[in-house]
Write a protein that binds this ligand. Structure first.
Ligand SMILES: [Cu+2]
Length: 151
């Protein structure tokens, strides 16, 4: 009798685990699919730059050095193609769905269409690693990039 109850408990536990794991697996696959260039929602900043279009302007964000780690001095490079010379642009760093306080990277023009600034991505106490960089281009608009850092 005790054994039967025990087996039943294990079965219930396994079903519960599977039902929890299944959506996570789905999310992981969805996240992987989103990394394709067609829909770079979660961009793989660890292995290259991230590109998005806004108002016929192509905005590329790269963060160096790689791997991109929290609590390190980072260089943010923004390339803007098809836009006129910009007034001072900046990047607002934050985490999706979490207030991490203000964290702004001021960008300066290095050469035509290339802007650079320095900043630090802090370590999140929650352990989450997904960050959002909002590139703010005064004449053009805002472009949001999502990526994972190594904490
Ligand atoms: Cu956080």
């Amino acid at each position: 009798m005790i054994n039967r109850v025990w087996v039943q408990t294990i079965k219930v536990t396994m079903v519960a685990c599977l039902s929890v794991m299944a959506p996570q697996e789905g999310q992981r696959q969805a996240a992987a699919a989103e990394r394709t260039p067609a829909s770079p929602e979660l961009c793989d900043i660890q292995h290259g730059a991230c590109t998005k279009e806004v108002a016929d302007v192509t905005v590329t964000l790269d963060i160096l050095p790689k791997p991109v780690k929290a609590m390190k001095d980072l260089k943010f490079q923004v390339t803007v193609s098809g836009a006129k010379r910009l007034r001072p642009a900046h990047i607002d760093l934050g985490m999706p769905g979490m207030d991490m306080g203000p964290n702004r990277v001021e960008l300066r023009a290095v050469k035509d269409n290339l802007y650079e600034g320095e900043g630090v991505i802090v370590r999140c106490p929650s352990g989450r690693r997904t960050w959002k960089a909002v590139v703010v281009l005064p004449e053009t608009g805002k472009v949001e990039f999502f990526f994972d850092v190594i904490s």
